[in-house]
Design a protein around this ligand. Sequence first.
Ligand code: FES
Length: 125
Amino acid sequence: MVARRRTACGETRVILGPVPREGTLYGADIPGQDARVIVILWQGSLRAYFDRCPHYDFQTGMAWKRDAYLDGTGTRLACHAHGAQFDISTGECVQGPCLGQSLLPAPVEAIDGQVVLTGPLPKTG
Ligand code: FES
């Protein structure tokens, strides 16, 4: 669930959803943008990546169904279009057609148990 909330100082925050449990993730649409972010808690660190595969110049979403972003082992992010696999901690492609390229990180923080977008998303295409 994505929500916008205004803070006491008038700043608008985009809340993507709750901090996921360790090793779990979800995808969240960014309101007003053609953008989706993958949010995952991995080895105690909150990570978020733009849901666009570097193969084909960041034009393709990676899940084959809702929130299906992990490979079969559950230890790497995967693009199900052509099988690229990404290190969850770094976003780097470690197997597949975009080897050495990386997912674009999204700026997020955990605030009061919620995942909050803290800056603009990177530009793609
Ligand atoms: S579009 Fe992701 S591996 Fe080809």
